[in-house]
Design a binder for this molecule. Structure first.
Ligand code: SF4
Ligand code: SF4
Length: 157
């Protein structure tokens, strides 16, 4: 017992004097910004080249992309990525058929995601899905959740 306590105190003291494992960013450690070319960060979507083909949405293995109607003839819809859900696999980029990729992952990793779940704005869109996205199991789960929420609200109010 005593040995255990001594061990723990030693651990705490050693941790207190040890240099930090974490680093300040970006003010005190700007070199953290240097990353490999293959780093996969936030997406860039090019509205000028996108043809609204839905390939990125279909390729996404976890339903992180929804196609949002543009109201235009071409592209009739454009992808919106839920960055909180995305696993940054790059499959959307691989699937994009345009000569110059209309969706690609940049090296920009400075992002803060407050909600892993969908934002209220996107919830609205997910409730009215377009394309094959309704076949995605995660989307179905979200839709079910949304439906239950609406049902509960109707019952309460
Ligand atoms: S990077 Fe992968 S998970 Fe993220 S949106 Fe593209 S396909 Fe989906
Ligand atoms: S795959 Fe490319 S062209 Fe097709 S909708 Fe997605 S971003 Fe647009």
């Amino acid at each position: 017992m005593l040995l255990n306590i001594v061990e723990k105190i030693t651990l705490v003291v050693s941790r207190a004097v040890k240099p930090k494992d974490t680093t300040y960013f970006p003010e005190k450690n700007p070199e953290v910004k240097q990353k490999s070319e293959r780093f996969r960060g936030k997406h860039f979507i090019n509205a000028e080249t996108c043809i609204g083909c839905f390939a990125c949405e279909r390729a996404c293995p976890i339903g992180a992309i929804i196609m949002v109607p543009t109201g235009l003839k071409r592209p009739r819809a454009m992808p919106v990525v839920n960055l909180g859900r995305c696993c940054y696999c790059g499959m959307c980029e691989d699937a994009c058929p345009t000569k110059e990729k209309s969706i690609y992952l940049t090296t920009d990793y400075e992002l803060i995601i407050k909600e892993i779940d969908l934002t209220p704005e996107l919830d609205e869109l997910w409730a009215k899905p377009v394309g094959d996205i309704t076949k995605n199991a995660l989307v179905l789960k979200d839709l079910q959740k949304q439906k239950e929420k609406e049902q509960k609200q109707t019952e309460e109010g």
